[in-house]
Design a protein around this ligand. Structure first.
Ligand SMILES: [Zn+2]
Length: 706
């Protein structure tokens, strides 16, 4: 319980027993953490970083703010690879989101390092749980498999977590492509170690204990209706009927939380619409909630098995400006239909002061109803609702009836700006993948009603595709999210080297199912394995849920701000930083260590230790299911991407009149412009082609570095 965590944290001696992180309390951050997004980061990386921040805000008390001259901060930059220092260095520190690291889960992993966490396999007891195959590790990289003793980190009282976001994958830093460097002692966990979906339950437990979190920033309310008090919700008093708290025991009556997995559990709220009179209603009202932001998303699962005329209506009750929450506003209505399965509902609220939300069930036609309205797994977060929500029903049947390369198109969704878009699901991956047993997912534009007035091609928009883990607890959800940003570099020879994000009616192909035009799609041949889909709640009620958003992030092009204070070099600045922290709160003994006269002398020593033991931790070789370096193809202008030891290497296209060069084939050179050199005949041509081949071979080793 949160209270127990709090008690343990009061004494700083107890604290280290409950986490697997850095012991040194001076390396802990105060929130919000100031950050700078350097402009050498790609636009997509910036978007991914902000997305990861939102995950921390949803699931923990960790928070971030733009840098404004603070003493300590994190500057996110693009260096080689993905790496971070461990803990707050109190000097302003780098965190690298290198090329290919621009994913939600990787950014989360690096930030966890910055917050004070080591890799899971660095625990002193790891040899009880995993085997390290030292001979298979690339020479010079062995230090990544070091363990740390109890004076640096501690793992007491926490089980070894194979599912941790901080655990390496089997093929990390391996010499031979198919030979692992780390395997689990319980082989079943070989499929789990190195997961890069999201924080594990234990990752969050450690994080929240280390930082004494008692609440998150953006989670307002959630309810699975498993307890009798139904999360403090109350029945309306002026309505005609009541919702009932029921347990799903018979087939077709299962709840959504547990979908009938457990006996004696699996509750939901139910409103019977097969009796009573037409238009009779029942209200279910939440307790009073206090928003911090100006926008909320109410998410819930519902099922309507009665008449298509039945209605589920969402209301809010606002403060009437006298302090009483009583002003009712109707927000959205959900109508019954012939689909009797569980559906996910989203309603955007824009509440700025205290409010309640209400569910009203209405009997549409009791004479022709054999069922009712079911409600379960409500979540209210202060985050935007997804714009595109696609439920793929009977997913087990879909898997059985399709083969590699087969695809399903989502319906068309509209972005907040009015662009039509959707996703393509490949239940067994795209034809281009050599892997089997994986799902692929790509993004495409659809022509739409606003196209004539929109800007084309549509660049600098971030597409976020999420395969949703339907765990009833939003904090425990480990959804698989992939992000990319549309760019002027995304061209295709199939459309005469036009940008694939140009107007679909011009560069797309006609699609019968939507009676619209569909662009070339862009994304991942493999995104998640079938095994992984079965492990968590990705396929619940035999339904796969996919969210897809498409938002303008042009405003992130210029985000870097200059560092206004010198990085700490004098003792004066140290004192200043200390004042800053004590004034905020924090009278824990741990901080007072810095108060002692002479603490300034101690600092170089501590700093030295941090250099020896807590230098930047590197991460690369992400599991293949997560990321093929050639997916999405980083090579421009139809360059062919080759996976060279896990790194992307571009083989550029060349034509009669021109050829492409550069790491990503981004630069076009016209033979004509060098043709002058060729006057004189064959000898010149030979020189030119030799130079081209030389460029290709020279590029290879440098590619292998990132
Ligand atoms: Zn790491």
């Amino acid at each position: 319980s949160p209270a127990a965590g709090l008690d343990l944290f009061e004494g700083d001696i107890l604290l280290p027993k409950n986490q697997n992180g850095l012991r040194d309390p001076t390396r802990r951050w105060t929130f919000p953490i100031p950050y700078i997004l350097a402009d050498n980061l790609g636009l997509n990386a910036k978007g991914a970083i902000l997305y990861a921040f939102e995950m921390f805000r949803l699931k923990s008390c960790v928070d971030f703010k733009p840098y404004e001259g603070e003493e300590t901060y994190i500057i996110f930059q693009e260096f080689n690879g993905c790496w971070s220092m461990v803990g707050d260095q109190q000097t302003g520190q780098n965190l690298s989101i290198g090329r290919g690291c621009d994913y939600k889960a990787i950014v989360e992993h690096e930030i966890l390092h910055a917050l004070g966490f080591y890799h899971e396999q660095s625990r002193s007891d790891r040899d009880e749980y995993v085997n390290i195959w030292w001979d298979e590790i690339i020479s010079g990289y062995g230090h990544n498999f070091n363990t740390y003793n109890d004076s640096i980190i501690t793992d007491l009282n926490n089980p070894y977590d194979y599912e941790s976001l901080m655990h390496y994958a089997p093929f990390s830093f391996n010499k031979n492509e198919n030979v692992p460097t780390i395997t689990a002692k319980i082989p079943a966990f070989d499929d789990i170690i190195g997961q890069r979906l999201d924080f594990s339950t234990i990752d969050l437990e450690r994080l929240n204990r280390m930082y004494n979190c008692t609440a998150t920033h953006t989670l307002l309310d959630q309810c699975t209706f498993e307890n009798l008090n139904i999360c403090g919700m109350i029945q309306g008093t002026r309505d005609d009927a009541d919702w009932t708290h029921e347990r799903g025991d018979s087939p077709g009556q299962e709840d959504h939380t547990l979908v009938g997995q457990c006996k004696e559990a699996g509750y939901f709220m139910h409103f019977n619409t097969s009796s009573g009179k037409t238009e009779e209603a029942a209200l279910l009202e939440s307790r009073i909630l206090y928003p911090k932001r100006k926008q909320q998303c109410l998410q819930f699962y519902y099922k309507m098995t009665g008449s298509p005329l039945d209605r589920l209506i969402v209301w809010v009750k606002r403060d009437d400006s006298t302090g009483n929450v009583r002003k009712l506003v109707k927000i959205d209505t959900f109508q019954g239909d012939n689909d009797y399965g569980w559906k996910i509902g989203h309603v955007t609220l824009r509440e700025e002061v205290k409010f309640c939300y209400l569910f009203q069930g209405t009997r549409g036609d009791p004479q022709n109803s054999n069922g009712g309205i079911f409600l379960d797994d409500i979540t209210l977060t202060e985050t935007p609702c997804p714009r595109g929500v696609w439920m793929v029903r009977n997913f087990s049947q879909v898997l059985q009836s399709t083969a590699k390369g087969d695809m399903l198109l989502s319906p068309r969704f509209y972005s907040s700006e009015g662009y039509g878009y959707g996703v393509t699901l490949y239940p067994h991956g795209r034809n281009s993948t050599s892997l089997s047993g994986y799902v692929g997912l790509t993004f495409q534009l659809y022509s739409g009603e606003n196209d004539a007035i929109l800007e084309w091609p549509v660049e600098n928009r971030q597409a976020i595709m999420t395969i949703v883990d339907n765990d009833p607890d939003v904090i425990q959800r480990m959804s698989s999210s992939m992000v990319f940003t549309t760019s002027k570099d995304h061209t295709s020879s199939a459309i005469n080297n036009s940008n694939i994000w140009d107007r679909p009616s011009i560069v797309g192909t006609y699609e019968k199912s939507c009676d619209c035009y569909r662009s070339i799609s862009f994304g991942w041949s493999t995104i998640i394995s079938h095994k992984q889909l079965q492990k968590r709640s990705f396929v619940k009620d035999d339904t796969l849920v996919i969210f897809v958003d498409f938002e303008d992030i042009t405003h992130l092009k210029k985000t870097e701000v200059p560092v206004t204070r010198a990085r700490r070099s004098s003792s004066g600045l140290i004192l200043q930083s200390h004042e800053l922290r004590t004034s905020q709160e924090d009278s824990r003994t741990v901080t007072s260590e810095e108060d002692q006269p002479g603490s300034l002398d101690a600092r170089p020593q501590r700093h030295k230790r941090s250099v020896e033991n807590t230098g930047p931790l590197e991460d690369h070789n992400w599991p293949q299911y997560f990321r093929d370096p050639c997916e999405p193809n980083p090579c421009q202008n139809e360059g062919i991407c080759v996976n060279v030891k896990g790194m992307a290497s571009c083989r550029c296209a060349s034509g009669h009149a021109f050829f492409y060069t550069g790491e990503r084939c981004q630069a076009m050179q016209v033979h004509g412009s060098i043709l002058g050199m060729m006057i004189g005949g064959a000898a010149g041509t030979i020189v030119l082609s030799t130079a081209f081949i030389y460029m290709l071979s020279k590029r290879m080793p440098s590619q292998a570095d990132f």
